[in-house]
Design a protein around this ligand. Structure first.
Ligand SMILES: Cc1cc2nc3c(=O)[nH]c(=O)nc-3n(C[C@H](O)[C@H](O)[C@H](O)COP(=O)(O)OP(=O)(O)OC[C@H]3O[C@@H](n4cnc5c(N)ncnc54)[C@H](O)[C@@H]3O)c2cc1C
Ligand code: FES
Length: 262
């Protein structure tokens, strides 16, 4: 069983209309935290049971003594998160789950993120950059305002391409062309995605055609987050057999060629 920690909130700021950024002091967490892993955050404050369930969030940035999360306010859990102020304490369970992997000898990676999925990929960009790997990214969102939250990713990327619904550039055909051009031009070794089923299917096809490695971080609905409730089950194919697996335990990161996108 993973440990819970009460972490001190260092900052909690609204970045754009729907996106917030929270930093916490993580100096009390001894376990190594890897990109793609998540924490189950209890947004209800002390003594309150609303909302009852913890909510899963992947780390946006992993620093020596602090952890950063980028989150979109959706419902009661994330609305409650946005009320925390510096100096408050918040309870986290984790780090949990299988992280992204970077194979030895990788020189260049490509990220394809949509919406809050960009937050999950940002920590991977940070790690790859620190290992001297060149990072390229295609980021997709509804509007340019939503992409403001992704600005921090620029620090780690050689090139970032933005596509939005607002500018009518986020269609699958356009994204496919951009991805293929980047893969060819920069000789990309591996590609990673999170945040959209449509784009995950696209990446699954691209990696098959281009014969490169690929991983996806799934964002299944989670209730317990610790392997008990089966709410996060997804299907994967291994040795031509379909298995139902719990994405909080066997994921959230999977080799993209394994995943059955329903
Ligand atoms: C492994 C993992 C990592 C995640 N990382 C992040 C992150 O870094 N930043 C972030 O903003 N969000 C992240 N999410 C999604 C986040 O957990 C949900 O947005 C959150 O639980 C919503 O809680 P709520 O009470 O505000 O909304 P709820 O009332 O529970 O839901 C409101 C709406 O939010 C959406 N939603 C709820 N749960 C999920 C989910 N699991 N995945 C996608 N959409 C959901 C649905 O559209 C739903 O209608 C992650 C989810 C998973 C499983
Ligand atoms: S969230 Fe309960 S088993 Fe995965």
């Amino acid at each position: 069983m993973k440990a819970t920690s009460n972490l001190k909130v260092l900052s909690n700021k609204q970045l754009s209309r729907r996106y917030w950024h929270m930093a916490m002091d993580s100096s009390s967490i001894d376990e190594k935290i890897e990109p793609g892993q998540f924490f189950n955050i209890q947004s209800a404050d002390n003594g309150s049971y609303t909302p009852l369930l913890r909510r899963p969030f992947s780390t946006f940035r992993i620093n020596e003594n602090s952890l950063e999360f980028l989150y979109k306010v959706e419902g009661p859990g994330t609305a409650k998160l946005s009320e925390y102020t510096p100096g408050d304490y918040i309870n986290l369970l984790g780090p949990q789950g299988v992280p992204f992997s970077i194979k030895e000898g990788t020189d260049k990676i490509l990220l394809l993120g949509r919406g809050v999925g960009i937050a999950t990929l940002a920590a991977l960009a940070q790690k790859a950059f620190n290992q001297g790997i060149q990072v390229y990214a295609v980021l997709s969102a509804r509007s340019h305002d939503d992409l403001l939250a992704a600005e921090a990713l620029k620090d780690y990327c050689t090139e970032v391409v933005h596509v939005t619904e607002e500018e009518q550039t986020s269609g699958v055909d356009n994204v496919r062309e951009i991805m293929n051009n980047l893969i060819t031009f920069y000789q990309i070794d591996a590609a990673y995605t999170c945040g959209s089923r449509r784009l995950s299917v696209l990446l699954q096809n691209i990696i098959k055609e281009r014969n490169i490695d690929g991983e996806v971080a799934l964002e299944e609905y989670m209730a317990c987050g610790v392997g008990v409730c089966y709410s996060c089950v997804c299907d994967v194919v291994r040795n031509n057999t379909v298995y139902s697996v719990k994405s909080c335990e066997e994921g959230p990161v999977f080799p993209i060629d394994e995943v059955v996108f329903a």
